[in-house]
Design a protein around this ligand. Structure first.
Ligand code: SAH
Length: 338
């Protein structure tokens, strides 16, 4: 077991079960997450026990490119798979967009991550997901990014490669690990889970993290065409979920030229979400090798205006790293082409 996979209570239980003082968990967390060292300064006996029971290896940055407000990082994992993370510099602090899986099984038509060519030829199976990430591989995207860039990361978005709800147990461990006050202490309100909506979403109505749901269409007909997951969790379910939730939900809406960006779609979307505690995040599409085009700036403006005039809270997402091919799965797909 990798030491960075251990939640605080699991570490306490580990020590208790071995007749050790569980307060050692605090020493470990303090070293790993505050001092950033795996030298715990514990007795040789405990050190030996930990070295026997845990691994300490990290994940490696294998490619990095930057533009003024974003840095993309490609990580190599122990099994030679690659995942990506993107640092975004906002005025209110740095946010890291991390991956939750190697590949993705959701097969959204416009997304590079779910495409078969996104996986190396040798690893192609029935789905496009190669495997789930362990919690430690998510934690280490954060630690390695901070170390490499020498910058503090105060927010985390789970919007990289993968579907977080298809790897929920590890994602929840990750959130517990980075949220612990003796560790990185990243509060739930600074963490955003982005999901295309799976039935498991219904279990998360009380979660204190921010939730962003990839809606991307004003009706089932369009959504089913671009998101096969709609057959498992339809628009009606997304709306019902957002309605029952006390916290505000973000509804993500990619602007795809000629697909979902007409004025009629904007009116339909406004009618759909009226009265819900949400805001609509309009996302300019990052063009990929797939046959979708980004809506023009004028189209986005018109769509946005209709929402605002209809009393819907909406924003157009500020773009980060478009020139870095930083949209979900683009980096990894480039690497696997070779
Ligand atoms: N599977 C999750 C999280 C990963 S994708 C989800 O579906 O929400 C994060 C967001 O990026 C989603 O809204 C996804 O639809 C969007 N996305 C994927 N490819 C994109 C692209 N090329 N340009 C802009 N956004 C994209």
């Amino acid at each position: 077991m990798n030491i960075y996979n251990m939640t605080f209570p699991a570490l306490e239980a580990y020590f208790s079960e071995r007749g050790e003082n569980k307060a050692k968990a605090k020493i470990i967390y303090n070293a790993l997450y505050k001092k950033r060292t795996s030298d715990f300064e514990l007795s040789p006996r405990v050190t030996e026990m930990l070295q026997h029971d845990f691994t300490f290896e990290s994940i490696k940055i294998i490619e990095k490119s930057s533009c003024p407000n974003a840095v993309k990082l490609l990580f190599g994992l122990h099994d030679n798979n690659a995942i990506e993370a993107v640092l975004m510099r906002h005025d209110y602090g740095n946010a890291l967009c991390i991956s939750t899986q190697v590949g993705c099984n959701m097969s959204c038509a416009f997304c590079q991550s779910g495409q078969r060519d996104a996986a190396p030829k040798t690893a192609r199976g029935a789905g496009n997901k190669i495997r789930d990430l362990f919690a430690y591989e998510m934690v280490l995207q954060l630690l390695e990014a901070e170390k490499n860039l020498g910058e503090k990361i105060s927010r985390v978005t789970l919007m990289g490669i993968g579907e977080p709800l298809d790897n929920l147990e590890n994602v929840m461990d990750f959130i517990n690990i980075i949220g612990h006050p003796h560790g990185l202490d990243i509060a739930p309100r600074h963490i955003t889970i982005s999901t295309c909506g799976l039935p498991k979403l219904d279990e998360l109505s009380e979660i204190s993290c921010n939730l962003a749901i990839s809606l991307h269409a004003p009706n089932d007909e369009i959504r089913s065409r671009i998101m096969p997951v709609n057959s498992a969790y339809s628009i009606e379910k997304i709306i019902a979920f957002s309605r029952t939730r006390k916290k505000k939900t973000t509804l993500e809406y990619i602007m795809l030229s000629g697909v979902n960006d007409s004025d009629d779609c904007a009116h339909e979307l406004a009618d759909l979400v009226r009265g819900i505690n949400c805001y609509v995040n309009l996302i300019p599409y990052n063009e990929t090798s797939l046959s979708f085009a980004r809506s023009s700036a004028e189209r986005i403006k018109s769509f946005y205006s209709i929402l605002i005039q209809s009393g819907i809270r909406a924003v157009v997402r500020k773009e980060f790293g478009g020139e870095l091919k930083a949209a979900c799965g683009q980096l990894r797909a480039e690497r696997n082409k070779t």
